[in-house]
Design a protein around this ligand. Structure first.
Ligand code: PRX
Length: 635
């Protein structure tokens, strides 16, 4: 029996039991059989959640790009590695073979090295979904530099915060990006950010839109001329198993974004293994994940997981609504996509449109459908199942996080019977636990609680860059010897998990993780604002949208309210990005606070979701009268 490719339910249970009985032997066998190593590990796993310290395959040496590129050259060198589908359907798709990708990555690695980037340096990548994004990521890994990809929808302030936090020395960007019928001036955003970053020595600029840009002498260079001169081979840097591979920022409920640090060997083994199983990947498949590489989904399941398996992975530059709402399905038909992985928010948006956009395309190539990023509601699940999968494609509702590096709970297609809104069963090696508020594990089925993981899996983030204490406090302090996910979950009568949502102050909007604190901080920068509180409320398409309760300063009281709302959203756009804009803004005389001064968000959430029949106990509030006033003015 191969641990590496599960094909039916009984096999899943066997493999799962084995993985839990002896996790080290389980992962060792996979690591041995399916990857190339420069040196073997001394110890498969060393861990202590109380520190926390987690080391997988310690002592091993490797380069992840040798596993994603070099080893494929002699068996599938001419196979398409990246299939690039541009924003404009009239622009031709590009089929980049493994051989070509290897050359492009090597050239880029030489450029990075020539520009002074060394092993361990941080390189910030702020690029649209064009091949150079994947090439840059892999080139960093090739030379041992740590990539920090920042989603190219983030504002200059958000970009600057992320550059400074990890002290990056280089930014790779483009003149601009195409998104539907819009063109965005990315280089202008970078220039603005760099007014606040001292550490950046070099900016490499990809030409994509041909828009006008300012090039700062000595700092900014067009990339192409450098690539043209670069040598097309580069001996991969030998990396230790636990050397950092990348940093990726995610929002917390408080404070600045957390730079989750992932390391090399465990991440590689886990993303490759889960990709193969969760998507039941086979050699001739054409796999498409519609995420952006600016998020963890893109890192693990557009770049590393698929390439480590020698897969063809589609990179899509555009948006689902351009040139019309049939674009996803047109691309599926055109490239005969076999696995399609997207977010519930996209499904809900497309389900609202005319069904002709779907039915006019031949989707018969599809075998497996996936969702990620937020709970999928039953209606969206059925629409996806009936109209896209034509009831013959299992839907994998994959639950995981930036911190987990890879999928932890998900059906395995053709093995695990699916159930709408359920992520179902833990993948091999994953040991979930539901905990009550007193810190006790809730055993048995038909129960709900806080979702924790009891045992390390190879792709768990190892720390928060520059702040190990925060890593410990956030994930390992709520429950003893457990990784706490921040999510609530229930376990049904057969042991299937359903993720019920965040139990902290993180709000998932259109699948994007947004912390309330940074948004409130941004709003409070507006001169007319005294204080603010943000909560989520249910939204048809986005899953959740943001509702802001705002107390104005006296100076703001006389201002035009509609203008103020626009200005507040403008401030949010500048500080974070348009994804964090508020759908509703209510100006309030006060916020419900406990005697210790904590805002009682539970009440605000209920008012925002128009569910005020039972507000619970408000007797501990310092100012209970404000609740009625807020309810009277609710939107
Ligand atoms: O609340 C869970 C939700 O997204 C959070 C993680 O967000 P992020 O780090 O941005 O990573 C998203 C992509 C992996 C989780 O804590 N989430 C993710 N997937 C699901 C989900 N909620 C329900 N069902 C899912 N399948």
């Amino acid at each position: 029996m191969s641990n590496y490719h599960i094909k039916h339910l009984e096999e899943y249970f066997q493999v799962y039991r084995k993985s839990v009985r002896n996790p080290e032997a389980f992962w060792e066998e996979i690591a041995e059989e399916h990857f190339v190593w420069r040196k073997r590990w001394n110890k498969v796993l060393k861990w202590d959640f109380s520190k926390p310290e987690i080391k997988w395959f310690n002592g091993a040496q490797l380069n992840i790009t040798e596993n994603c590129l070099d080893r494929h050259l002699h068996i599938r060198g001419d196979k398409t590695a990246i299939l690039f589908e541009p924003n404009d359907p009239k622009e031709e798709a590009q089929h980049i073979t493994y051989r070509q990708l290897h050359q492009r990555v090597c050239k880029m690695a030489n450029v990075l090295k020539d520009e002074g980037v060394k092993k361990g340096d941080r390189v910030c990548i702020y690029l649209p979904m064009i091949p150079e994004l994947a090439v840059s990521v892999l080139a960093c890994a090739r030379i041992g530099a740590i990539h920090s990809v920042v989603f190219a929808g983030f504002s200059s302030t958000a970009l600057a915060t992320r550059i400074n936090d990890c002290d990056a020395s280089m930014v790779i960007t483009s003149d601009g990006s195409f998104r539907g019928n819009k063109t965005i001036d990315l280089k202008g955003i970078v220039d603005e950010a760099l007014n606040h970053c001292q550490g950046i020595k070099t900016v490499l600029v990809v030409k994509r839109t041909g828009g006008k840009v300012d090039m700062k002498k000595g700092r900014d260079h067009w990339l192409q001329p450098l690539l043209d001169k670069a040598y097309a081979d580069y001996t991969a840097e030998i990396m230790e198993a636990e050397d950092p591979l990348f940093i990726l920022y995610t929002s917390g409920s408080t404070g600045k974004p957390k730079g989750m640090m992932h390391t090399t060997a465990g991440y590689m083994v886990y993303t490759a293994y889960t990709f193969k199983n969760v998507f039941q990947y086979r050699e001739d498949d054409v796999y498409w994940c519609t995420a952006d590489i600016g998020w963890i989904t893109g890192h693990s399941y557009i770049v590393y997981g698929p390439l480590a398996n020698g897969a063809t992975t589609v990179m899509f530059e555009g948006v689902p609504s351009y040139p019309d709402f049939g674009r996803f399905w047109e691309v599926v038909e055109k490239h005969k996509v076999t696995q399609f992985y997207t977010a519930p928010t996209a499904i809900r948006a497309l389900a609202k449109e005319n069904l002709d956009f779907v039915t006019k395309h031949d989707l018969s190539s599809l075998k497996v459908l996936g969702t990620v990023g937020e709970p999928i509601n039953e209606e969206a699940w059925h629409w996806y199942n009936d109209h896209v999968g034509e009831k013959k494609c299992p839907i994998v509702d994959t639950w995981w996080q930036t911190e987990t590096g890879g999928i932890l709970i998900s059906p395995i297609p053709f093995s695990t019977p699916t159930k709408p809104t359920y992520a179902t069963l833990p993948l091999p090696g994953v040991q979930p636990a539901l905990m009550d508020e007193n810190g006790n594990e809730i055993t048995g089925n038909q129960v709900d609680g806080r979702l924790c993981i009891k045992f390390p899996w190879p792709a768990i983030a190892r720390t928060i860059w520059g702040d190990h204490k925060r890593y410990k406090d956030t994930y390992f302090s709520a429950f003893k010897n457990m990784y706490f996910t921040g999510d609530g979950a229930l376990r049904d009568e057969v042991g299937y998990y359903r993720i019920t949502g965040r139990v902290d102050d993180v709000i998932i909007v259109s699948g994007h993780n947004l912390g309330t604190a940074p948004i409130e901080d941004a709003i409070n920068e507006h001169p007319a604002v005294a204080e603010s509180a943000i909560v989520g409320f249910p939204h048809d398409i986005k899953g959740n949208a943001l509702y802001g309760y705002i107390i104005l300063k006296e100076t703001g009281e006389s201002r035009d309210r509609e203008n103020l709302k626009k200005e507040i959203n403008q401030v949010i756009t500048e500080h974070i990005g348009p994804i964090a804009k508020l759908d509703k803004i209510q100006f309030v005389p006060g916020l419900p606070k406990t005697r210790s001064g904590k805002i009682m968000r539970r009440i605000l959430r209920k008012i925002a979701s128009k569910d005020t029949s039972n507000l619970g106990d408000t007797s501990t509030l310092l100012n209970p009268e404000v609740v009625q006033e807020i309810m009277d003015g609710a939107l």
